[in-house]
Design a binder for this molecule. Structure first.
Ligand code: AMP
Length: 274
């Protein structure tokens, strides 16, 4: 496995690499969720590139940028063992130049609801860095998790809106055996919080059961989910279609149920694709 820290060396290495190139952008502290994206890219491409970059521009003031978990040695080993071809680990100054850069703006509607409402400007930073990373790596395919459903939607929208020649591959959510969605931020949870965090995936399981039982009304499902999550600080529970428009009735094959909640100081998100 080659390791590059500068955009120039990534371009140099990839100029000699075999196509197609698959790309998995991450913020590191890799877990099974990330690994599932990496494995899929390895299976579908001749060359797989993984990036690890804790992107400062997608964190709001007061968020966990400075304490975001860093496990570079372990991450390097995971990538090496998996068979990744190139690991890109830039520093902020390799990616951002000065205060007067050209910026990418998330769409004013879909980029500022739900996650974008609670973290205004977050998706501006996400799309800005994904754009830069796409230009550095020039992948044929890029792999994103459904765990970050709105991010996935917006990256797909950016690729379409800006006529980018990249296939975005949607990857299923990987969960702990008890149902908790894997996340680098789960390490923030103490054992009691870890137990309470389970209510999030439990509420989604309850929603799935209701839908299987023929209940499609969004209000009823959301009320029941709120009941299951009692005691957690819920930021939102929302039911949208795959275009991220709010809906009153679940439509099978075209629905995502989204949750964001805080357990202690830790903000967790999860969702269910129906
Ligand atoms: P992150 O390092 O949190 O920025 O995540 C990097 C990529 O991994 C994103 O596309 C995430 O959606 C994806 N990802 C994170 N957690 C999971 C998970 N539990 N299952 C599937 N994909 C995930």
């Amino acid at each position: 496995m080659e390791i590059a820290t500068s955009p120039e060396s990534v371009k140099e290495i990839l100029s000699k690499a075999s196509a197609p190139v698959g790309f998995v952008p991450t913020m590191g502290a890799l877990h099974e969720g990330h690994l599932s994206l990496i494995k899929r890219s390895l299976a579908e491409n001749a060359t797989t590139v993984v990036s690890i970059f804790v992107n400062p521009t997608q964190f709001l003031p007061g968020e966990d940028l400075n304490r975001y978990p860093k496990k570079l040695d372990a991450d390097r080993r995971i990538c090496e063992l998996a068979g990744v071809d190139l690991l890109f680990v830039p520093k902020a100054e390799d990616i951002y130049f000065d205060e007067d850069e050209i910026k990418i703006k998330a769409p004013p509607l879909k980029g500022y609801i739900l996650e974008g409402y609670h973290r205004p400007g977050h998706f501006d930073g996400v799309l800005w860095v994904v754009n830069k990373l796409f230009n550095i790596v020039s992948p044929d395919r890029a792999y994103f998790g459904k765990k970050d459903a709105q991010q996935l939607f917006l990256v797909k929208k950016m690729v379409r809106d800006l006529f980018m020649d990249i296939e975005i591959v949607e990857c299923d959510i990987v969960r702990e055996p008890d149902g908790l969605a894997m996340s680098s931020r789960n390490v923030y949870l103490d054992p009691v919080q870890r137990e309470r965090a389970l209510l999030i995936s439990k509420s989604l399981k309850r929603a799935a059961k209701m839908i299987m039982g023929g209940v499609y009304e969004a209000v009823s499902i959301k009320n029941e989910m709120r009941r299951v999550m009692e005691g957690l600080e819920i930021e939102y529970i929302e039911i949208v279609d795959r275009n991220f428009d709010k809906i009153d009735e679940v439509k099978k094959g075209d629905t995502i149920i989204l949750v964001a909640a805080k357990v202690g100081d830790t903000r967790l998100i999860d969702n269910l694709w129906v």
